[in-house]
Ligand binder design. Sequence first.
Ligand code: MCN
Length: 789
Amino acid sequence: MDRGSIGDSVLRKEDRKLLLGKGRFVDDIRAPGELYAVFVRSPHAHADISSMDVTAAAAMPGVVAILTGADMEADGIGEIPFMWVMNNSDGTPMNQPKRWGLARDRVRHVGEPLAVVIADSAAGAGDAAEAVRVEYTPRPAATSARAALEPSAPLLHDDAPGNRLYTFGRGNAEATDAAIAGAAHVVKIDIVNNRIACAAIEARACLAIPDTTSGRVTLYDATQAPHLIRRSVAEALGIEQADLRVIAPDVGGGFGTKGKHYPEETIVTWAARRIGRPVRWTSTRSEAFMSDTQARDHLTKATLGLDADGRFVGLRVNTLANVGAYISTFGASIPGAIYSALLAGVYKTPAVYIEVTTVVTNTVPTDAYRGAGRPEACYVLERLADAAAAKLGLDRAEIRRRNLIPVDAMPYTTPIGPVYDSGDFPNIMEKLLSAADWDGFAARRVESEARGRLRGIGLAMYVETSGVAPSKLAGMLGARIGFFESAEIRIDGGGSVRLLAGTHNHGQGHDTTYAQIVASRLGLPFDKVTVIEGDTEAVPMGTGTFGSRSIAVGGSAIAVAADKIVEKGRKLAAFLMEAPEEDVSFSDGVYTIAGTDRQMTIGEIANAANLAHVMPPGMEAGLNESAFYDPSNFAYSNGGHVVEIEIDRDTGEIEFQRYYVVDDIGTVINPMIVHAQIHGGLAQGIGQALTESAAYDPDSGQILAGSFLDYGMPRADDFIAFEGELDESQPCTHNPLGAKGCGESGSIGSPAALVSAVLDALAPLGVTDIELPLTPLRVWKTIRDAETA
Ligand code: MCN
């Protein structure tokens, strides 16, 4: 029976309250005397603010204040900080254009806030926001990275000449160019990684409650990273972090997008302190499409050189990354530090060089969204591998077989820096191919053809950096936060455990998996463990949940804290049972003196420690321990996808036949939760590949996908039941759990696998390229063009 130890598929503790509608989200929390904020947002992609008249709006019923960028400036409110400063290849820091919470004299994307109305009702604030009169003098807009780099492009920021933030190189350019020049075969691709938007069930929301006596303020915030928000909002407001308490209660999905500091959080907190009353803001869905960070948006040219046998000899990648109008929290680092780090991928290419140029445009800022740089890297590599197979007339599995890093090469130092500690990529691929019956595909294709359908099979392999680390390296690369995690375990006299963790659970199942770690480590019943996250007062230090870091970093902190408890308990048990410490063993929650039947349970030891009537000299009372865990390396999750599809020639519609994944995420804490996480990631990766496109009109900069009517969110019936297996043979070698992250795994390989399948289906028509997303219209047009060519 599953009893809640590591490896058990116990049901999620947190689901009962959520399924009964008893979750407590920001919008469920009410504060006496609260006011409502509604933002005035720019309808222009790029314009000067010629004048703003708030007189009529201010006179409307219930309006308490209308605040503008000038008011923020007068109050000395700083810019909205970002948390990662990248360097150019020559070591100089990137350009750092300022982002004020409310635009001061110019707006640079549709939806940029320039004033906020605070009123005693949401409707009243909304009406008054519409009555604010703003005159704009429009400027030309640039929405793509390529357009913004044109010499004639409008300049967004005086302090970002040429609309560039930085150009960052990784690897050895000369060696790579020489390897490609001497290669027997060369393949080139020119690809787009489409811009996408996030759509968590709960839109962003915050509520700031000032304490007018102490001057402190509490911010309830739908965020993934309360400690990051405390640091960043305090910095913008110029207040002590200690004077800001951030509480992230239940949060209805984050997907990376809620791991950022947005202008609204600062403005609501500032307004509440200024007015002396609670102020809340809840984003509408339409606002989300113009103010939540978007993602991906890469233009990449890549060249792969191969020897006569199809072995990769050199890889050069040049990427233009569109970061939007301003630098978001991690917006600069996702294409720089994160994406570029993974461009060696699962392959043993000896010479690799990556150059990333980040560009500001008149679009909503981009930042991390499930996968964050890793799907983009995987897409480049897998498109190249497929192109190489086609050029050499090799099977797509065979070209990979010749180039995958073998398990006996681990630990493997890539030519661009990262050192993979574990992973058996060839084994994963062979498992995948046999489970998906790769070799039997030809017969299935014939059968589909007989029904008039185009059938294709796609393959993609991936490796990812879960649990970005260590803090020291991130700091050297320009991070302004640490990447450790904290955990504290407190056992009361009744043997119940409170676990306080610096991460945040917004759907990942931490209440359950963290309890499993504690239960396993301490030998206590799983039900006795309560997990507390998301309150900077309860958990003073932490980093947050993003980058699939909670298990590899947060879980490791929990394991270390639990081990400290076991050790303190051992000392106390030895003292109480009058035996030498080295004779006391601990197993399954019981301390036993070797060679005797004398035992004490950890619950009894906890009771003794909490009474403190009899304690060894110098030992403090209580059985509480805390740990800060800062990993020595990333945890390199990896795996592969095989997808089989049919295409309807008349409509261009793609229908899944089978989707199979094999993932190596090291030790699995809860297989059921992990499969669900991988399914969620698959849905998001497939959504990017099939239908999602955060499109802009290239001339006006208007958002063309501003609602669910025109943004193609995938639905359940677009998918198929995914099948998957977890390979635990290669645990992470440097953390105490052996665990690697899984929260983003599904999103990383899926776009590449799908394009591989679609191009395979269309190959008989002579099609070799197709752009994302693979909408029925695009697929149908591609078929029609091929047939009429
Ligand atoms: N787990 C496990 N064994 C492992 C690895 C993980 O049992 N070897 C469990 C963990 O204990 C945790 C879950 O799987 O309960 C995910 O763990 P991890 O991979 O560490 O990811 P995080 O908890 O740090 O979550 C972040 C990740 C990211 S980056 C995005 S984006 C994402 C995701 O998780 N956003 C999500 N999954 C999401 N799921 C939901 N429902 N909502 C989101 O917003």
